[in-house]
Ligand binder design. Structure first.
Ligand code: NAD
Ligand code: TYD
Length: 340
């Protein structure tokens, strides 16, 4: 196997972090470069078990820093880019939308340009089903790759904007790109501001769990490792210029998700607290993954097996999420990388 260099942006975050570990372990002959700014969502403690491996490298940088990104690409001449780095939380995009434009739109353009200049083999842009907007509650409707983009939140609008730039770099410059649009992920190392890890950590601490509105909004849940396998496949086999939706037909209302967690942990549903709805709260997301299945991908987790594995992981790894909630994780980079 040829030695390849893969740049993973956002590899200190939830999905990028799982992807970095997956790739470092699966491809000992690939060099995996984790590039991350270490915002509040970036955490390197999750990589304690791989950080000393020869094929793992960490670079602290801002994807929107044109000079830093260009000189890194010129130096390392990456073969592949898997672009995860983003501001990813819808609620934050409602209160501070500017950073979503800077990181998600401008940052993506900076990376595309650097990839074009050095001529990468593949640029995979990790996007989201939220760019399609919302579906109604008719269970026979799904997002396909042909569904028009109608983003409703500043987060999804910034991701849709970046999708258009990725498309433009393919159409205009012939950059070999793919765009993946995945449904909601869950699994190990999920930052506890998002519904599933927030619920697990709050229930374990006997704290109230806020459910927005009536709890009937539907999300289509996919285990993060199934998403990682999808990105790996698209990176190696995706047809240039194509979009691939990623999802495993696991639609659940938010209330069903929260109750499943509470019941699995043997706690009382009195912990549920209905709170004011999110502004512009999308009703329902649901993915048609047929195109990716034809490329050779199938999920390995159902929602039942995946949520059970995830709850067990949070029980076994309190060390991780407790230091995330306390903020202690932010000292790890200084200790490991600056003071050694
Ligand atoms: P996350 O918020 O957990 O991680 C984002 C990472 O990007 C963090 O490590 C952060 O430090 C880094 N980052 C932010 N700004 C940066 C910058 N300017 N330069 C370099 N690094 C920066 O996000 P996530 O949930 O892992 O999502 C990863 C990607 O997957 C995002 O692009 C998101 O849109 C997409 N996605 C997420 C989901 C989901 O359910 N979480 C679903 C589909 C798609
Ligand atoms: P979230 O995990 O923020 O993902 P996204 O907004 O990208 O889908 O939210 C998932 C769903 O859960 C969404 O419908 C909003 C809802 N939600 C709550 O009801 N309570 C909460 O505390 C959070 C964070 C989300």
């Amino acid at each position: 196997m040829n030695r390849k260099k893969i740049l993973v942006t956002g590899g200190a975050g939830f999905i990028g972090g799982n992807f970095v570990q997956y790739m470092v372990n699966k491809y000992p002959n690939y060099d995996i470069y984790n590039l991350d700014l270490l915002t509040y969502a970036g955490d390197l403690t999750k990589h304690r078990e791989i950080e000393n491996k020869d094929n793992y490298h960490f670079v602290k940088a801002d994807i929107a820093d044109r000079e830093a990104i260009m000189s890194l690409f010129e130096k390392e001449k990456f073969n592949y880019v898997a672009h995860f780095a983003a501001e990813s939380h819808v609620d934050r995009s409602i209160t501070e939308p500017e950073i979503f434009v800077e990181t998600n739109v401008l940052g993506t353009q900076v990376l595309l340009n650097a990839a074009k200049e050095i001529g990468v083999t593949k640029f995979v842009h990790v996007s989201t089903d939220e760019v399609y907007g919302e579906l109604d509650f008719n269970p026979t409707t799904f997002f396909t790759e042909e569904t028009p983009l109608q983003p409703n939140s500043p987060y999804s609008a910034s991701k849709a904007s970046s999708d258009f730039l990725v498309r433009a770099y393919h159409e205009t410059f012939g950059l070999p790109v793919n765009i993946t649009r995945c449904s909601n992920n869950y699994g190990p190392f999920h930052f506890p501001e998002k519904l599933i890890p927030l619920t697990i950590s709050r229930v374990l601490n006997e704290e109230k769990v806020p459910v927005y509105g009536d709890g009937k909004n539907i999300r289509d849940w996919l285990h993060v490792l199934d998403h990682c396998a999808a990105i790996d496949l698209v990176l190696h086999e995706g047809v240039n210029g194509e979009v691939y939706n990623v999802g495993g037909h696991n639609e659940r209302t938010n209330l069903e998700v929260v109750k499943t967690i509470i019941n699995t942990l043997g706690k009382s549903e009195d912990l549920i607290e209905f709170v004011a709805d999110r502004l512009g709260h999308d009703k329902r997301y649901a993915i048609d993954p047929t195109k990716l299945e034809k490329l050779g991908w199938n999920p390995t987790y159902t929602f039942e097996t995946g949520i059970a594995q995830t709850i067990q992981w949070y029980l076994d790894n309190k060390w991780w999420w407790e230091q995330i909630i306390s903020g202690e994780y932010q000292n790890y980079f200084k200790r490991q990388y600056l003071f050694n």
